[in-house]
Design a protein around this ligand. Structure first.
Ligand SMILES: [Zn+2]
Length: 159
């Protein structure tokens, strides 16, 4: 990889959760204007409150349903791949799986700049991370989250 970056596994406890941040700010609810006048001082959850926001989305019915559908589809495709004895077809199935997971991340991100790589092939995940790094550089984003299965999170930080 040619980009200058650090991969850091989050193993240190994060800052104490703000007890006020327990419900979603209505500016960020469905139909909200996404422009809360309280900004960083708002006592409700904003997308920048990454952990709380993620937890909030994770427990919505729609997110769980869509995620469940994607996981089922990906599992089915992995099963299909195991029955195939043809490298070209197996690669095509991998590409299908990887595209499906990318699409899910784009349409249902758990938080801003959050990517769930669970189920991707190794090559697919590496390519995705390279694309994410490029997108971060283009858009001047300094931090992104990567989830790599079983809830493990890795943070990409640019120096
Ligand atoms: Zn707010």
């Amino acid at each position: 990889m040619t980009v200058n970056q650090t991969f850091m596994v989050l193993d240190t406890p994060r800052r104490q959760e703000d007890p006020f941040k327990t419900r979603l700010c209505k500016s960020y609810a469905v139909g909200g204007d996404e422009d809360c006048k309280y900004g960083v001082h708002c006592k409700f959850i904003h997308p920048e409150d990454e952990e709380q926001y993620m937890r909030l989305i994770e427990y919505t019915e729609e997110y769980r349903r869509v995620k469940g559908d994607v996981q089922k589809e990906v599992q089915h495709l992995h099963g299909l791949k195991r029955t195939i004895n043809d490298a070209i077809k197996a690669n095509a199935i991998d590409e299908w799986i990887n595209r499906r997971i990318r699409l899910f991340n784009e349409v249902y991100p758990k938080a801003p700049n959050y990517y769930d790589l669970h189920g991707m092939s190794t090559r697919g995940a590496v390519n995705y991370v390279m694309d994410i790094c490029q997108m971060m550089r283009i858009n001047n984003i300094s931090t992104s989250w990567l989830e790599t299965g079983r809830g493990n999170q890795t943070l990409i930080i640019f120096h």
